[in-house]
Design a protein around this ligand. Structure first.
Ligand SMILES: NC(=O)c1ccc[n+]([C@@H]2O[C@H](COP(=O)([O-])OP(=O)(O)OC[C@H]3O[C@@H](n4cnc5c(N)ncnc54)[C@H](O)[C@@H]3O)[C@@H](O)[C@H]2O)c1
Length: 289
C-alpha cells in the first residue's frame, strides 16, 4: 500500500520469484505454470507425465524448466526443491495442484486400492510438498503455498468418497500449516475451484456421455454465473495468492466457483434475471421505469 492508500501495483508482479507447480503438464496446472511465468516468475513445470511437461516448459520458454516427478514420492520432493535451487536459485511459491479423482461408484463398491491411490496423490502429496517447501522458503524470508482443494473440500459429494475426504484433508492441512508457518512469513492458502473445463472434467463428462448426456448443462444450471470455469480463471486467483499483493492473506479458503456453493436454491434467481432483462428491454425501447 502506498502512502495515499492506493495499492502498490508492482506488488502484483512475480518478477524475481521462483515457483514449483505440480500437475503442470495439462489442465489447471498448465494454466498456472503459464500464468505465473507471464506474471514474471521462474517456474518448474512438475508432473508425472514427462513428455507433456517438457512440451509445456518449452512453450513457456526461458522462464520454465520441466521436472518429472510423482508427488507421492518423498525422494522426488527433495529432488525437485534442489532442482529449483540449482536452476533458479531458490523457492518462493509452491502450487500443490496435482490431483486425481476416482471413477464414481457406490460407497460399498469402493476398493481399498481406489481409496489409497487418491489419498496418496491428493492428500499425502500435498503434505509432502508443504514439508519440502518450508526450509527453502524460510531461507528466502518467506513464501506462498497454494494448495488446490475443491468445492468438495468444503461440502460433500456422493460417489467420490476418497476424493472428498482427500480434499477436506487439504483444506485442514492448509489451515494447520497457515497457523504454524506464519512466523516464518510463509503464507498458506487453499483454492477451491468449481467445475473447470480441464481434461479431468472432460473425462468425467465422457464417462457419462451415453447414460447422461445432459450432465454438462445440468452442472451449468446449478452455477449462478451460468457456466463452467476456464482454467485461466483459477490461475488469476493463484497468481494473486502467490504475489506480495496477498501479503496478509493466509489461511484463506479461496472459493472460485461462480457462486455455486453460496446457496442451495440457484433456480430462484431465474425470476430476478427475467425481471431485470425485461426492465432493460423496456429501457432499451425508450420506456424507462
Ligand atoms: N477440473 C475441475 O473441475 C476441478 C474442480 C475442483 C478441483 N480440481 C482440482 O484441481 C487440480 C487440477 O485438476 P485438473 O482438472 O487440471 O486435472 P487434470 O487431470 O486435467 O490434470 C492433473 C495433472 O496432475 C498430474 N498428476 C496426476 N497424478 C500425479 C502424480 N502422482 N504426480 C505428479 N503429477 C500428477 C497429471 O499428469 C495431470 O497433468 C486437482 O487437484 C483437482 O482435484 C479440479
Amino acid at each position: 500500500m502506498n502512502e495515499d492508500g492506493a495499492p502498490d501495483w508492482a506488488s502484483y508482479s512475480l518478477t524475481g520469484k521462483v515457483a514449483i507447480v505440480t500437475g503442470a503438464a495439462m489442465g489447471m496446472g498448465e494454466a498456472h505454470a503459464r500464468g505465473l511465468a507471464a506474471a514474471g516468475a521462474d517456474v518448474v513445470v512438475a508432473d508425472i507425465q514427462a513428455t507433456l511437461a517438457r512440451q509445456v516448459a518449452t512453450e513457456i520458454g526461458q522462464r520454465a524448466r520441466a521436472f518429472e516427478m510423482d508427488v507421492t514420492s518423498e525422494e522426488a520432493w527433495n529432488q525437485v526443491v534442489d532442482f529449483a535451487r540449482q536452476e533458479f536459485g531458490g523457492l518462493d511459491v509452491l502450487v500443490n495442484n496435482a490431483g486425481l479423482i476416482e471413477d464414481m461408484k457406490p460407497l460399498p463398491q469402493v476398493t481399498l486400492a481406489d481409496w489409497n491411490r487418491i489419498i496418496a496423490v491428493n492428500q499425502t502429496g500435498t503434505f509432502l510438498g508443504m514439508r519440502a517447501a518450508v526450509l527453502p522458503m524460510a531461507a528466502r524470508g518467506g513464501g506462498s503455498i497454494v494448495n488446490v482443494s475443491s468445492g468438495w473440500g468444503i461440502t460433500g459429494s456422493a460417489q467420490v468418497p476418497a476424493y472428498t475426504a482427500s480434499k477436506f484433508a487439504v483444506t485442514g492441512l492448509t489451515k494447520a500449516a497457515a497457523q504454524e508457518l506464519g512466523g516464518l512469513n510463509i503464507r498458506v492458502n487453499s483454492l477451491h475451484p468449481g467445475y473447470t473445463l480441464t481434461p479431468m472434467l472432460a473425462a468425467r463428462l465422457e464417462q457419462f456421455a451415453t447414460t447422461d448426456p445432459g450432465m454438462k448443462a445440468r452442472f451449468a444450471e446449478r452455477i449462478p454465473l451460468g457456466r463452467l470455469a476456464s482454467p485461466q480463471e483459477m490461475t488469476a486467483a493463484v497468481v494473486f495468492l502467490a504475489s506480495d499483493a496477498a501479503s496478509y492473506v493466509s489461511g484463506l479458503q479461496m472459493v472460485v466457483d461462480g457462486a455455486m456453493l453460496a446457496g442451495i436454491f440457484p433456480d430462484r434467481a431465474a425470476g430476478t434475471t427475467q425481471f431485470v432483462r425485461e426492465q432493460l428491454g423496456r429501457a432499451g425501447s425508450g420506456g424507462q421505469g
